[in-house]
Design a protein around this ligand. Sequence first.
Ligand SMILES: [Zn+2]
Length: 209
Amino acid sequence: MNLILLGAPGAGKGTLASYLIEKMGVPSVSTGNILREAIANGTELGQKAKAFMDAGQLVPDSLVIDLLKNRIAQDDCKKGFILDGFPRTIPQAEALDTIASIDCALSLEVPDEVIEGRMTGRRVCLKCGATYHVVNNPPKTEGVCDVCGDTLVIRKDDKPEVVEQRLATYHAQTEPLVAYYEAQGKLKAIDGTQGIHQTEAFAVAALGL
Ligand SMILES: [Zn+2]
């Protein structure tokens, strides 16, 4: 099964993808990883991509699509793959349709206010890497790491204005993909607010695994 995961940043796609990789026995294909590998290996496409990045430009969709086409032609994708971080726009989805047959787009639905609560409540310890949440997983003493006693901080990505900006970008550019795949009869939407295990159970049922 060739699967796309859709959902806002912070909806829990990464956690669900890790589970589905095991459950389905297929690889996760990340365009970010493919780009990094191609550049590290100095392939022709990698060199082209690097030239754009060195110039401070976005790598064009057509180049990403060529890289993706090579990647999904490899043996480990014969049983299928889970696309991670792509497509993010309608033009990317249209280009993807020319190189792959997508069986299902699984949309992980979490309201913005729930995502904002999850992300803005995160606290991390920069010294030891421990993570906390002010409501769901608070440290014993407010603002202090249980493990090493260092002061907890809010990561830049978790600040309310950054979270709001990322959600706005998602709604403008990526959410239209839900309608795109629905029109193709490939959309399955599941509730992502009921905890990790329930989300996994919803996904298994929706995908008929
Ligand atoms: Zn710590």
